[in-house]
Design a protein around this ligand. Structure first.
Ligand code: ZN
Length: 189
């Protein structure tokens, strides 16, 4: 199984300590601990999660290696640039949810269908340069939203995952970004 360091991140277990009481077990239970595919080690330190997201545009550009993003690993449903677009939209949507939940109790999350969004936005036709520009923009918006959320009480009511706090959102968002950098890396050969 590939390790997290395969995409050039710092080894996460050297940056944090574990406290299973701090973060929801949803991600670890769903994807494995560490993630069975990308090796993400589910840190419980919010600052480590933020750093993973902050590094994503640089890591994604490196994973693409100057390609046009049309490469696709045969085990994956999308090509490389589609995964870039997915991370763009996922971070943007979660940033929007975090800001909406600032000091408003139990804001209901309306899940979106990532496959329908990919088809509607026609990810496979988005030029990679535009996708990378959007990724930087989306990460910046997410960082601002998380910074604002740190000063408030976040309580999102997710229909499948229950109550989500800031650290739960940041945990799954960081994994999603990290995992798809890995997907892009294995799609570009
Ligand atoms: Zn993963």
């Amino acid at each position: 199984m590939p390790r997290a360091t395969s995409v050039g991140m710092e080894p996460l277990d050297e940056l944090c300590t574990w406290d299973d009481d701090d973060v929801s077990d949803w991600g670890r239970g769903t994807y494995g601990h560490p993630c069975r595919e990308c090796g993400y080690d589910w840190p419980d330190d919010l600052d480590v999660m933020i750093e993973v997201v902050r590094q994503t545009p640089t890591k994604m550009r490196s994973a693409l290696g100057g390609s046009d993003g049309t490469g696709r690993d045969p085990t994956l449903i999308w090509d490389a640039r589609s995964y870039v677009c997915h991370v763009v939209d996922n971070l943007r949507i979660w940033a929007e949810r975090l800001v909406a939940a600032l000091d408003v109790p139990a804001v209901r999350v309306g899940p979106y269908d990532a496959d329908l969004l990919a088809a509607s936005r026609n990810y496979a036709a988005v030029p990679v340069a535009g996708a990378l520009w959007s990724l930087t923009d989306s990460v910046d918006a997410w960082l601002r939203a998380v910074d604002a959320a740190r000063g408030g009480e976040i309580d999102l009511d997710h229909p499948e995952r229950g109550t989500l706090r800031l650290i739960d959102v940041a945990s799954t968002n960081a994994h999603d970004a990290y995992h798809h950098v890995f997907d892009v890396e294995r799609s570009v050969v």
